[in-house]
Every structure is written in structure tokens, then in C-alpha cells.
Design a protein around this ligand. Sequence first.
Ligand code: SF4
Length: 427
Amino acid sequence: MKAYFKTFGCRVNQAEGEGLKERILSDGVTTLTNDFDSADLCVLNTCTVTVEGDEDALRLMRRISRRNPAARLVVTGCLATRSPAEVLKAAPAALVVGNADKENIPAMLGCRPVPDEAGFRAFGGKTRAFLKVQDGCDMSCTYCIIPSVRPEMTSKAADAVVAEARSLVERGYKELVLCGIRLGRYLDESGPARVDFVALLERLLALPGDFRVRLSSFEITDVTERFLDAAEAAGPKLCPSYHLPLQSGSEAVLKRMKRWYTAAFYARRTEALRRRFPDAGIFTDLMTGFPGETQEEHEESRRFVTDLGFSGLHVFRFSSRAGTPAARRTDKLPESIVLARAEEFRALDGRLRERFAAAHAGARRTVLVEPKGTGAEGLTEHFLRVSFSTNPGPGLVSAVVGRDALPLPLGGEGGVRGMPSPQPSPA
Ligand code: SF4
């Protein structure tokens, strides 16, 4: 049996999609194909954070249904959770499974996954593993649909996370990317000692082995002094690259979005981060065209972003999601204005990323190498993408950064067009 898998959206969804794929493939009767036309099974793990995300997934399921009607089609993820009717309209024969039942899909398909000694499988052929430790969001940002599709705040038990991390390191993974919808809200109260995010991080960093940890999207309010102490104590084992969603540099817009911090607070905490890690990569998500955003507010946001000196921006346009308070607003902006503002920020992003790369040129960095053809590509601890003309071998290697390195595009690892990488960073 041949299976085709496609995951859209944030790193949490990517991590879930990889887990699902590994469990289905480990049955031993299934092989992977990139060609849905010849597949017997197609599994689409969808995202719904933007209208574009919905459209991409719906278009793909329509094509699969039309071109390969004999294939068994399973549609899961956030769009399948928010609107199973839309999925069934596009693909009437699909098996639609919400996020709450995603784990059970292998059993629904009659697979008998072969568990390894730790009870899970991981990410074939890669040297980075995404480790999902938390799910759900209970905030109420007015533009965001995520709380309606992932409403339950859950955290994986700390012992299980540590066991999974240990097993990944033993199997040769050199970088563990911790992810969650609200990563900093990780909390395990099931054992005798309460384990919050910082305590979990300390346990992971104490594991033996040649590996490093990177955080995916993290909220500015989680950049506490205690967190910074732990990050400093970790040394090179924790990557100094941070993805801290801002969304807007305008105080009034942040308020209308119902974000729970001010731009001034954001600036103070990034300053505290920079005092400890002066060359850290600081990346952010930025939304343009939130309803009612005036030209003055847009300019205030642009000034804030320019002054703060980010390393790169993930720019996305406001996307009206039915059911959210922002979708009911009557002061939506014309698309031409939203687009023009996004273009302005994207041009700024290009300049910021070049400046960040130039600041690292000539410096010795630790690169996680991934073979590519006869050469190799790699990622530095600061999130700069570098390439090697000859393959230096797998794993973490020390190398001098050239002038052509660039920060990995934000959202480029599972982000989708026009969305905050919820990580979602809908956060
Ligand atoms: S933007 Fe982030 S914090 Fe806000 S509701 Fe969405 S997922 Fe939660």
C-alpha cells in the first residue's frame, strides 16, 4: 500500500503530522509516495489559521478526489475540526477526523504500528526533531481562531518528554525543537513536583549527549528573569534564537487585538534578553491591516519594529476568520491597503535579515549539517541557513559563516502563506 501525506500549518501541526506518518508507516505494509495520483491512502493534516490556509487544503482535497477517487482520503487537523462540512463539500468521500481524535487515525485505518522501545517513532532521515510538549490556547486574541480548534490546554507529562528526548538523542538527533501552541504555558502537575516550562527545559538541557535545544514560538511574557537565568546556565546547549510574536508595534492596535502586553513591555523584555545574549537572533510575527488600523498606527508599528532591530519578520495580512470578534468588525480595511502595508514590512524584513546575516559573517558558529546532493546545508544556532560545497559529514560542526548566509525564512518550516506560525504563532 502506498501512502501520501501532506501537513499544512504550524510546527505543532507538523510535529503531529510526522508522528501520524511514522505510526502509519511503521505498520510495515505502507510505503511513502509524493504522488497522490498513485497513492492508495492520502492523509491531509490541515490548518485553518487563515483563509489562504483553508483554500490551499480544500483545493488539494478536491484535486485528489477528482484525480484519484479510488484512494482512501483522510482529512484531519484544524480545518477538519473547525468545519467538517466544508471538508465534506470538497471531498464527500473523505474520512474527516478532528484534532481530538487525530491520535486514533492509525487504529481507524486498521494499522498496527510497531512501537519501538520508547513507544514512539521519529522523523526518518533528519537530524532535527520537533518535540511537541504542549497543546491548546485559552487566550482570546480577537483575530485568532485557534482557541476554537485547540481549546484544551494540555501538556505532555515531563517524564514522557524527557524519555522521548533521551531516545531521540540516542538515535542521533542533534537538535530538538520544542514546540507547543503556548509553549511557555507548559505545566505538568501530575507528579509530586510541579513542572513548569523552565523546569522542563532544565531537565532536558541536563540530558547527556551531543545535541542542542531550540525553542519554537515563545511569548514575550514568558521571557522572565528565571527563564533568562536558565538560558544563561544552559550555555551553547540552548540556541540563542527566539521567535517572539509581536503582531503590532502600535499600542492601540495591540489593545484591539486583545494581546496581553504593551509594545513598551515587549521592548523592555527584548532589551533584557539582549543584555544576556547580545548577538541573539530575535524574530517576530507581524500582522498588517487589522480592522481599523490607521495610517498613523501602521507607521507607529513600523517605527517600533525598525527601532527594536529584529533579525527577521514573519509578515502576514489580517485574515478574517468567521466566529472571531475581529471578523465582526465593520471597519475592515480595503485589501489594497492591507497588501501595501504588508509589502512595506516585507521589504523591511529583507533589510533586517541582510543586516543580521552581515553581523554574523566571519564568525565561527556551530552548524547542524543536513546532506544535500553532493554538498550540504546547515543551520547555525542563531537560525542562519548556510551551505557547504562539500559535505562536512553529519551532525554539529564548527564553521566560519560566509557572506551569503541568510536567516531561515520564518514560517519556512511548516509555516503557511500569510499566517503567523502559531505556532501557531497565531500566538
Ligand atoms: S494568537 Fe496565540 S495566544 Fe492569541 S488566541 Fe491565538 S493561539 Fe492563543
